[in-house]
Design a protein around this ligand. Sequence first.
Ligand code: 5GP
Ligand code: MG
Length: 179
Amino acid sequence: MNDKIEKILFTEEEIKARVAEMAKEINDYYKGEPVVVISVLKGSVFFVVDLIKKLDMDIALDFIAASSYGSGTVSSGKLKIKKDIELDIVGKNILLLEDIIDTGETLFEIINMLKARGVKSIKTAMMFNKPARREKAVEADFIGFDIPDEFVIGYGLDYDEQFRNLPYLGVLKRSVYEK
Ligand code: 5GP
Ligand code: MG
């Protein structure tokens, strides 16, 4: 284990097993209808790659980037779209993938923006959910794991752009960011 990690919340195997279950839930929901998967960069790239290999409907894939925490561990509360999607999504079923839902701000803003473009439907899948910190009235349709209110890293999630490559979800030692 990386020496900056306090503890592991979910191992690589546990995440893999849960992603497979989520794929089944999503396949059962769409029943073969085509879907445009939109992955929120950069955190959800591990999740999207693992998940869509197991989806059995026709999938188009696109990416969107919104501003995040910068190098801090507390949300700044202002969301900016840094990179928009490229596909035309009018009349399409959208499945929006995020790494984690915390206050709900990111999801809330992106959902509203995509809805305004005349999509047929929009559903959301989050790998991790921190229900304790929700501020916006927005919920994910498919959730991997609920987690406690701790700053987590790994499986795509970063602290100051580091630790995304860890295959597990871990809690960072406070000494790494409290100096
Ligand atoms: P929200 O807008 O729901 O407050 O936050 C969503 C975004 O904040 C996520 O996409 C992620 O980038 C970041 N975030 C929220 N909680 C955590 C966390 O515990 N660890 C990391 N690395 N990022 C987080
Ligand atoms: Mg981030």
